[in-house]
Design a protein. Structure first.
Ligand SMILES: [Zn+2]
Length: 268
């Protein structure tokens, strides 16, 4: 397809791990953790229904322990035919881990996904929006094909001198900075759903006017999955579907399509 814009809806199904990573005493705080439980149990089914109604694909990143805790819910993603990317095992921020611990975390999550889905994960998104000096080496060693972590582009590119395709995004294309709130997270305020819809549709409309375009939206079922916020996703999907030069796709499909060409171009 010539001159078109690709849109990838990506979902980090963090469940309780999002909160556990922010407070080591989480196990004693059932209400705190219940914020995360909403993701796989209520938000995710709602998202899967929306994707199914519009017959559009999406990409998912799921921590290993979330697969272990919610096999039925995460199984919906696999049944729908969508890939599950690597998002660490426990969502612990790797900066807080030693080199060996980071490796153990990484390998454990890799094995859980491999066993659960029957295939190795192809993509990685860091749980902490950051790499340690060892993260990229681990991705290369385990044969990862794509990454969605960095904030330095509007189109996929090869990550450093690796064969890994990076799908950059940015905080304004993430639901958490607008919506993630807790009385225990200082300084947080919530945006109106209309603010978020305006931001995402404007980004799409502006980027659409440029060549080589790929818009990545990063969401969390526990955040976007609330009814008033699902309105944002629904309206955004309708806006994209109304554009004749746009298509929803996945990181995996785009990797198959773009990576061989980018690797060949680099080899010249
Ligand atoms: Zn996450």
């Amino acid at each position: 397809m010539a001159e078109h814009i690709d849109v990838v809806l990506s979902f980090d199904v963090d469940a309780e791990t999002l909160w556990e990573a922010r407070d080591p005493d989480s196990a004693t705080k059932p209400v705190w953790l219940s914020q995360g439980r909403y993701g796989p149990t209520v938000g995710l089914p709602r998202i899967m229904r929306l994707l199914s109604e519009h017959d559009i694909p999406a990409s998912f990143f799921v921590p290993g322990v979330v697969i272990e805790r919610y096999p039925a819910e995460i199984g919906m993603i696999v049944e729908a035919g969508f890939d599950i990317g690597h998002h660490s095992h426990t969502h612990t921020w790797a900066q807080n881990l030693g080199k060996e611990q980071e490796r153990e975390e990484f390998e454990r999550a890799y094995r859980v996904i491999e066993e659960f889905t029957g295939r190795a994960p192809r993509g990685y998104r860091s749980p902490a929006a950051e790499f340690t000096p060892n993260t990229l080496d681990l991705m290369v060693e385990f044969g990862f094909e794509y990454s969605s972590n960095f904030f330095d582009g509007d189109s996929p590119y090869l990550l450093g001198d690796t064969d890994i395709l990076e799908f950059p995004f940015s905080w304004h294309l993430d639901d958490a900075p607008f919506f993630l709130y807790s009385n225990k997270l200082p300084g947080r305020v919530m945006s109106a759903p209309s603010d978020v819809l305006e931001t995402w549709t404007l980004e799409f409309d502006q980027l659409r006017q440029e060549p080589a375009r790929c818009l990545v939206v990063a969401m969390h079922p526990q955040v976007i999955g609330r009814p008033s916020r699902m309105w944002v996703l629904q309206k955004f999907v309708e806006h994209v579907l109304a554009a004749s030069d746009a298509r929803f796709t996945t990181f995996g499909a785009l990797t198959d399509e773009l990576r061989p060409r980018l690797l060949a171009e680099r080899a010249k």
